[in-house]
Design a protein. Structure first.
Length: 79
């Protein structure tokens, strides 16, 4: 089984799709397996992350396990 990354909003465009399956492991290793420009976009200070539906406050020490879903939420603006 693998882990899944979910990209919302403009991050979906940057990723070329709404989701991607990845090999589980430390977040740093997962991001290193992506295109550099996508990894940089995902690490933006205003991008929030949710692991298995729970917003993450601290980015350090995240390790994806089999079956996990990590969603990347870009900043939202409205009018």
């Amino acid at each position: 089984m693998r882990a899944r990354l979910v990209f919302l909003g403009r991050l979906e465009d940057a990723a070329g799709g709404a989701e991607r399956e990845v090999t589980p492991g430390p977040l740093e290793a997962v991001l290193a397996s992506l295109a550099p420009d996508l990894a940089v976009a995902l690490l933006g200070e205003r991008v929030r992350m949710a692991l298995n539906g729970v917003l993450i406050a601290e980015r350090g020490g995240i390790v994806l396990r089999e079956g996990d879903e990590l969603a990347f939420l870009p900043p939202v603006s409205g009018g």
